[in-house]
Write a protein that binds this ligand. Structure first.
Ligand SMILES: Cc1cc2nc3c(=O)[nH]c(=O)nc-3n(C[C@H](O)[C@H](O)[C@H](O)COP(=O)(O)OP(=O)(O)OC[C@H]3O[C@@H](n4cnc5c(N)ncnc54)[C@H](O)[C@@H]3O)c2cc1C
Length: 464
C-alpha cells in the first residue's frame, strides 16, 4: 500500500487532470453532495472532472495505489443514494465526457460517451430516423452511464426491455486503471463471458462506465395516448393482456395509478383539473406506438371502445393532440416534484403482476393500522411487475425512514418480491438486499467485487 498523503494524491491527480479537473472544498457545488433523494448531503474530499477515458484510467490508478475511495457520479438523479459520497471519498463526475461519437445506420447502433444525457441520445436517435427505447422522467438530467450503472427501467420496458437490453458494447475502467473495452456492435457474439452484463446494474461498484454502444430501434412514427379508469386491479391486468394480445409491443407504456397518486399528480399539473368528470378506483396511462406514420390511432381507439362496452374499463380519455398527450403524461411524471413537495420515502419493489393488486390493498391497510394518518401514494409499471410506493414522511413525523423501509420490505417476503425493481440498491437499500437474495447469491457478488476491485476503492458502502 502506498503511504501517499492526501496532498500527494491530489498533486498526482492534478498532474493528470489539470488544475480545473480537480476541485476541493467550497469549489465543489451542492450537486456533487447528494442525489435526487436529498439524503445525507456530504461534500466529498475532492471532485474529479476527467475529459477522456485515459484520464479516468490514470486517475483511478492513482486512487487505487493510494487506497483512496472513489464514487462515480452521473446526472445525480438516482433514487437509492448510490452516488452520495462520504466526506473521505473522491467523487468522479462524468459531466465532461459527453457526446455522441457515431451513429452507424447499417448496424443500427449509436456510440456515446457515458456523460451524455439520455435526452440528448434520444434526440440524436430520432434525428437519424431511429429510436432509443429507454425513456424515464429524469431524461433531461440522467446520463447514459448512470442509466447503465443502475440498469434503469422506465416507461417503455414492456416494449423493449430495460437499459440492459439496449446495450451491445461497453467500455469500463476498472479500479486498477485498466481499460476494459468491449465496444461490440454485433447482436450475436458468444465469445466467452459477456462481461458488459457484470457492469450493467453494478451501481459504480465494479468499474466506471466511460462509453457505450447503444442499440437503436426502428422509429415509432405515431403515438396514441389514452387515460383509462377501472373499478378493480384485475380489470387493469385484463386490459393490459387484451391490448398486448392485439397489438404486441406496439403497447409501449402501461402506467397504473391508484387514486391517491392520481389526485396528487393532477393537483401538480398546470391546469390542476382531472381529465375525468368523476373519480374512479384506479387509473392507467396507456400508450400505443405504431411504425406507420399514417396510423391515426383509429384501430387502437376501436379496440378500446369494444373493451369499454364489455366493461373492462369504466371510462377513457383519448389524447387528441401532442399537447393533450403531454398533459396526460404530466400527471404520471409528477414524481419529479416529490423531493420538493414531500419528504418522500420511495419504494420500487417488484412482485408477480397477478399478486400486485392484493399487495397494494394489504400494504395500505397495514400502513394505516401501523401509522394512522400516513399519506402514501401507489403507482407502477405493472406490465413489468414493478410497483412504486411513496410514503410522505411528513405525515408520520415521528417515524424514521428506516422503520418504514423495514415494515414494507417485510410485507414483500411472502410474495418472493424484490426490494428493487429498477432504482438499484445504492446506500438506502443495502441493508435489505438479503430480503431478495440468498446467502449463496450474496457470496458470489462479494467474490466478483473482490476479483475486480481487490482494494475496495469503488463506491464503498453501496450495494453489498
Ligand atoms: C423524476 C425521476 C424519474 C425517474 N424515473 C425512473 C424510472 O422510471 N426508471 C428508473 O429506473 N429510474 C428512474 N429514476 C431514477 C434515475 O433517474 C435513474 O436511476 C438513472 O438511471 C440514474 O442516472 P444518473 O446519471 O442520474 O445516475 P446517478 O444518480 O449519478 O448515479 C446512480 C448510480 O450509478 C453510478 N454511476 C453513475 N454514473 C456512472 C458511470 N459512468 N459508471 C459507473 N457508475 C456510475 C453511481 O455511482 C450511482 O451508484 C427517476 C429519477 C427521477 C428524478
Amino acid at each position: 500500500m502506498s503511504s501517499a498523503s492526501f496532498d500527494d494524491t491530489l498533486a498526482a491527480l492534478r498532474e493528470v487532470l489539470g488544475d480545473d479537473g480537480v476541485r476541493v472544498g467550497a469549489a465543489i457545488g451542492e450537486r456533487s453532495m447528494t442525489d435526487w433523494t436529498k439524503h445525507a448531503a456530504t461534500r466529498p474530499a475532492a471532485l474529479l472532472l476527467p475529459r477522456t477515458v485515459e484520464q479516468v484510467a490514470r486517475a483511478l490508478a492513482i486512487c487505487n495505489e493510494a487506497r483512496r475511495t472513489v464514487v462515480p457520479q452521473g446526472g445525480m438523479t438516482g433514487l437509492s443514494g448510490g452516488a452520495i459520497p462520504r466526506a473521505s471519498d473522491i467523487a468522479l463526475s462524468l459531466d465532461r465526457m459527453a457526446g455522441i461519437e457515431e451513429i452507424d445506420t447499417a448496424s443500427a447502433t449509436m456510440t456515446v460517451l457515458a456523460g451524455t444525457t439520455l435526452q440528448t441520445a434520444q434526440e440524436a436517435a430520432l434525428e437519424a430516423g431511429f429510436e432509443l427505447a429507454l425513456d424515464l422522467g429524469a431524461r433531461g438530467s440522467c446520463q447514459i452511464g448512470g442509466n447503465l450503472a443502475t440498469n434503469a427501467g422506465g416507461n417503455r420496458v414492456i416494449q423493449s426491455g430495460t437499459a440492459r437490453e439496449q446495450i451491445l458494447g461497453l467500455e469500463v475502467v476498472l479500479a486498477s486503471g485498466a481499460i476494459l473495452s468491449s465496444m461490440n456492435k454485433m447482436v450475436k457474439n458468444n465469445t466467452g463471458y459477456d462481461l458488459k452484463h457484470l457492469f450493467i446494474g453494478s451501481e459504480g461498484t465494479l468499474g466506471i462506465i466511460t462509453r457505450a454502444v447503444l442499440r437503436l430501434r426502428p422509429r415509432r412514427a405515431a403515438r396514441h395516448t389514452v387515460l383509462v379508469a377501472f373499478d378493480a386491479y384485475d380489470k387493469a391486468v385484463e386490459l393490459l393482456r387484451r391490448l398486448s394480445a392485439k397489438f404486441g409491443t406496439d403497447v409501449s407504456a402501461f402506467e397504473l395509478m391508484w387514486p391517491d397518486f392520481f389526485r396528487l399528480g393532477v393537483s401538480l399539473t398546470s391546469s390542476g383539473r382531472s381529465p375525468f368528470a368523476e373519480a374512479y378506483p384506479l387509473y392507467a396511462l396507456v400508450e400505443h406506438a405504431s411504425f406507420d406514420a399514417a396510423d391515426d390511432g383509429e384501430s387502437f381507439a376501436a379496440v378500446l371502445g369494444e373493451l369499454l362496452e364489455e366493461g373492462v374499463m369504466l371510462d377513457a380519455v383519448i389524447a387528441q393532440s401532442v399537447g393533450d398527450a403531454e398533459a396526460l403524461w404530466a400527471i404520471r411524471e409528477c414524481t419529479a416534484e416529490f423531493p420538493v413537495k414531500l419528504d418522500p420515502v420511495n419504494f420500487d419493489v417488484s412482485l408477480p403482476t397477478g399478486a400486485l393488486g392484493e399487495f397494494v390493498d394489504r400494504c395500505r391497510v397495514a400502513l394505516d393500522e401501523k401509522w394512522p394518518g400516513n399519506v402514501s401514494y401507489f403507482f407502477g409499471h405493472i406490465g413489468d411487475s414493478n410497483l412504486h410506493l411513496t410514503v410522505d414522511g411528513r405525515s408520520v413525523p415521528d417515524v424514521s425512514h428506516h422503520a418504514i423501509y423495514a415494515f414494507v420490505y417485510d410485507m414483500l417476503k411472502p410474495y418472493g418480491g424484490s426490494v428493487s425493481a429498477e432504482h438499484g440498491i445504492g446506500l438506502l437499500k443495502r441493508e435489505f438486499l438479503a430480503v431478495s437474495r440468498s446467502p449463496e447469491e450474496l457470496a458470489a457478488m462479494i467474490a466478483i467485487k473482490a476479483a475486480l476491485d481487490p482494494n475496495g476503492i469503488l463506491n464503498p458502502g453501496k450495494v453489498i
